[in-house]
Design a protein around this ligand. Structure first.
Ligand SMILES: C[S@@+](CC[C@H](N)C(=O)[O-])C[C@H]1O[C@@H](n2cnc3c(N)ncnc32)[C@H](O)[C@@H]1O
Length: 176
């Protein structure tokens, strides 16, 4: 498993995402870290967490993202998306992205449902999830999150009414 220093495919994804300074992003299935690195370069003092269930992927990403990790703009975690949970005290994320990750490609409905619950619980109430499969970026609605991040103040995630299909390269990403 390896990735070129600059993958044009992943750079197109980074350019299509709604990134801005200070945003917190989580990438599931980050592989060797090429997209996480491209995101880190576009979020100012924000933070990107790359998550992968493969120890080999995380080791490669650690090597490829050394500079961003040292700067505190990127971190990595060995975990499956369907088992992910925020660490104690870890702030929620504004945006989740998964590129070519089997658990979110519709082939494994039970795993996907579990993954969506875990992702929803890791996002802010306004947080959004974007997945890429076969060259298409799609915003997926996440299930209502009734997970209490603060036991004295339970969080209920508002429903997401729309999903947006985005074909980057031929059409611009439009987030409602
Ligand atoms: C096809 S590779 C894509 C890597 C990268 N996103 C890209 O587009 O170049 C899929 C990656 O997702 C990881 N992955 C697959 N299933 C996963 C899961 N359930 N949870 C976390 N990572 C997973 C794999 O270990 C692998 O690194």
């Amino acid at each position: 498993m390896s990735a070129p220093a600059h993958s044009p495919r992943l750079l197109r994804v980074a350019e299509a995402l709604p990134l801005s300074s200070g945003v917190r992003v989580i990438e599931f299935g980050c592989g060797p870290g090429a997209l996480a690195r491209a995101i880190a370069a576009r979020i100012g003092d924000g933070h990107v967490l790359g998550v992968d269930r493969s120890a080999k992927a995380i080791t490669l990403a650690e090597a490829a993202c050394r500079k961003e990790i040292a700067a505190g703009r990127l971190s990595l975690r060995l975990c499956a998306v369907e088992a992910f949970a925020l660490a104690p005290g870890e702030p929620a994320y504004d945006l989740a992205i998964a590129v070519r990750v089997g658990a979110l490609d519709g082939r494994h409905p039970e795993v996907e449902a579990q993954a969506l619950r875990r992702i929803a619980a890791a996002l802010t109430p306004e947080g959004r999830l974007v997945v890429e499969q076969g060259g298409t970026l799609e915003e997926l609605p996440t299930p209502r999150c009734t997970v209490a991040r603060n036991p004295s103040k339970p969080t209920v995630r508002p429903p997401v009414h729309e999903s947006h299909k985005i074909y980057y390269g031929t059409r611009y990403l439009t987030f409602g």
